[in-house]
Design a protein around this ligand. Sequence first.
Ligand SMILES: [Fe+2]
Length: 165
Amino acid sequence: MSATATPAASAASVIKPRIRRTHLALFVKDPHGSAPWYEDVLGMTVTARAERWVFLSFGKKHHDIALIRVEEPSQAVRGEVNMQHYGLEVEGDMEEFRRLYGMLLAKGIEIFKITDHKVGYGIYFHDPDGHRFEFFFETAHDDEEGKRLLGQYNAPSDSFHLDPL
Ligand SMILES: [Fe+2]
């Protein structure tokens, strides 16, 4: 903060965003072509659509993920500087997590990796445009304990063997 800031300006600068929920918007080649994948693999429901976009929900919100068509096909190239992955923290027990793994395999979804993060396990895979998603099964349910574990183990992504059901 500069020494010349007005009282109003300094008050404005100290407010912190209080995030209630989040949503994700992705550029894709073909939103209407990709939406069925999101319904089939991620269990989402289409809540709104137009020529250039499709909005999808996990069940409660008007939209959790928006698929937006790139203006030009030449823009449909993922650079290295991009979203690394989007983690979907799943409900249920380990048996259900193993069933989700089995579901991905049954649908022919290529599994990128399965990892132990010490605070949970992750199954990574890609959407039709190469956007990486993670089904995340949390094992450290206390958030303070989770922060401590990530620091203690250096936020690991250790390879993990998961048996599908
Ligand atoms: Fe993650």
